[in-house]
Design a protein around this ligand. Structure first.
Ligand SMILES: Nc1ncnc2c1ncn2[C@@H]1O[C@H](COP(=O)(O)OP(=O)(O)O)[C@@H](O)[C@H]1O
Ligand SMILES: [Mg+2]
Length: 508
């Protein structure tokens, strides 16, 4: 008999509903899967056979053909096991066929018939919305149930699934209290912990407000990691849509913590410099989102950035330009979102101590030049703010005086500044000052005579390139927004220039 059940295939971030047709015919025992399955799907046969036998179901000694349609969608992963097993039972008339009309089944089977979690549950919930009931591993239930208008049933074992589909067992649909997850989640990392570093903290506030990328230069132990890690705590909270998008990426990459069906705190990703291109940008034989996509709507921190291999840094160009990664594959192209704030950190020289009194630098001028040149190129046009992060004197670290300002207060100012930008750029299709293209810089970052004067003089005095000009204007625009001013004053320009001062030392 012929049976048809539904399952899904993941392509990039999206789930596609596919048909799993199972035909059981007489002839020599055989079990084949056709319709663009990859190796992991073909292995499904062995798991399905064992799972059925070990849970007391009859595995037909006949010719079984499984067809996955449409044939042009590449199917990968173990998530089709459950649908194939149920398909066989429908073809064998153990389960009534009508019951499957409204269902999508996903789950990996273990040999003893347990249903094991899969990746991408949120995307699967989205594609089932308003159309199908979703039967999936119990562990993935809360995640899929984040989507409303879809009935989600979490399952533990194959016999449980069969009993449910035969109407012998009642299951309650999963419920997830969205509000519980969407309310502000307290964060452990707070700028209240960082002593001193007022200059760096101010620069990061500006960066957060305008969405600017930042380069921090300082010796080891000066607090660069500490400062960067706290950036998500002053960024606006994720909107529900953003949270869904970011969670989908983490879910597809199998990186979603089991107790967190929805990520609400902006991600902070800090890949090691030995990372591969595929690890950072995404890809691989079974394509997975890379670190840039896991940082979507959050922060990507490249510590010791000159140590990253050049092709890896070059790969950042596309996500920085387009907010997404497009991977071209034989079976079509995949798109993963990758809109993040980039924070790059570096030591002033290979040994780390050039220009600081704490330790003597042992690098030659040539080594220093080469080290600094490594970052130029891929990132040069994309980093608006450069800051130096000198170590905080020990005396200040122990200072029991006034406590530093907390992240929530800084965030309140950032949110205000972002609102001003959103209003101004309503019709431009952008959100922040950092996204201003040269044409728009002209339109929105006009200076008065004083501002113009200061900028021109400083450019000459500091030997800044024409490239720096637009970046200073964008940052000045953000400083004005933080001050609640429509006009960019000379003071705003003067401050913006400070975040380019490194130009002479680290030429970009
Ligand atoms: N300004 C500061 N206030 C409080 N602690 C600090 C400060 N700067 C550094 N530290 C301490 O020093 C440690 C090392 O800082 P880290 O951020 O790892 O430095 P870097 O990344 O520049 O090498 C931090 O974990 C923190 O405990
Ligand atoms: Mg560090």
């Amino acid at each position: 008999m012929l049976a048809k059940v539904r399952s899904v295939a993941l392509v990039g971030l999206d789930a596609h509903v596919i048909d799993v047709e199972v035909d059981i015919a007489g002839g020599l025992p055989q079990f084949s899967v056709v319709g663009l399955p990859d190796a992991t799907v073909r292995e499904s046969r062995d798991r399905v056979r064992s799972a059925l036998k070990n849970t007391g179901f009859h595995f037909p000694a006949k010719r079984i053909t499984v067809n996955l349609a449409p044939a042009n969608v590449k199917k990968e992963g173990a998530g089709l096991d459950l649908a194939i097993a149920i398909g066989i039972l429908v073809a064998e008339e153990v389960i009534p066929a009508e019951r499957l009309d409204q269902c999508v089944l996903v789950g990996e089977l273990s040999l003893d018939g347990q249903i094991k979690p899969i990746s991408g549950a949120l995307s699967i919930g989205l594609v089932c919305r308003e159309r199908y009931q979703l039967l999936l591993p119990a562990r993935n239930g809360p995640e899929a149930a984040m989507i409303d208008q879809v009935a989600v049933f979490g399952l533990h074992t194959l016999p449980e699934a069969v009993a449910f589909l035969r109407g012998e067992r009642h299951l309650e649909p999963e419920r997830t209290d969205r509000r519980q997850w969407c309310s502000a989640t307290p964060q452990d990392d707070d700028y209240g912990d960082v002593r001193g570093q007022d200059h760096a903290k101010r620069a990061l506030e500006i960066a957060a407000a305008g969405g600017h990328n930042v380069l921090m230069v300082g010796p080891p132990g000066s607090g660069k990691t500490m400062l960067a890690k706290r950036l998500p705590s002053i960024l606006p909270l994720m909107e529900f849509d953003e949270a869904i998008e970011t969670t989908r990426v983490h879910s597809i990459a199998s990186q979603l913590p089991a107790d967190h069906p929805l990520l609400t705190v902006r991600p902070f990703r800090s890949p090691h410099h030995s990372i591969s291109d595929a690890g950072l940008i995404g890809g691989g034989t079974i394509p997975r989102p890379g670190e840039v996509s896991l940082a979507h709507n959050g922060v990507l921190f490249l510590d010791e950035s000159p140590e990253f291999r050049r092709p890896v840094l070059d790969g950042l160009r596309q996500p920085l330009e387009e907010g997404a990664v497009i991977l071209t594959r034989v079976s079509g192209s995949l798109r993963y979102p990758a809109r993040f704030m980039l924070i790059a950190a570096m030591n002033p020289c290979p040994c780390g101590y050039y220009g600081y009194r704490s330790k003597e630098c042992v690098c030659s001028p040539y080594q220093i030049r080469r080290y600094r040149a490594k970052l130029s190129g891929p990132l040069q046009d994309r980093i608006d703010i450069h800051i130096e992060v000198p170590p905080v004197p020990i005396r200040e670290l122990h200072d029991v005086g006034a406590a530093p300002e907390t992240s929530s207060r800084i965030r309140a100012r950032v949110v205000e500044a972002r609102k001003r930008q959103a209003g101004r750029y309503d019709e431009e299709g952008i959100h922040t000052n950092a996204q201003l293209k040269p044409r728009l810089v002209k339109r929105y970052c006009g200076l008065d005579a004083d501002g113009q004067d200061i900028l021109e003089q400083s450019m000459i005095r500091l030997g800044l390139s024409a490239r720096a000009y637009g970046r200073i204007l964008r940052v000045a625009r953000t400083i004005a927004d933080l001050a609640g001013s429509d006009r960019i004053d000379a003071l705003h320009v003067a401050e913006a220039i400070q975040y380019r001062n490194l130009d002479r030392r680290v030429e970009f």
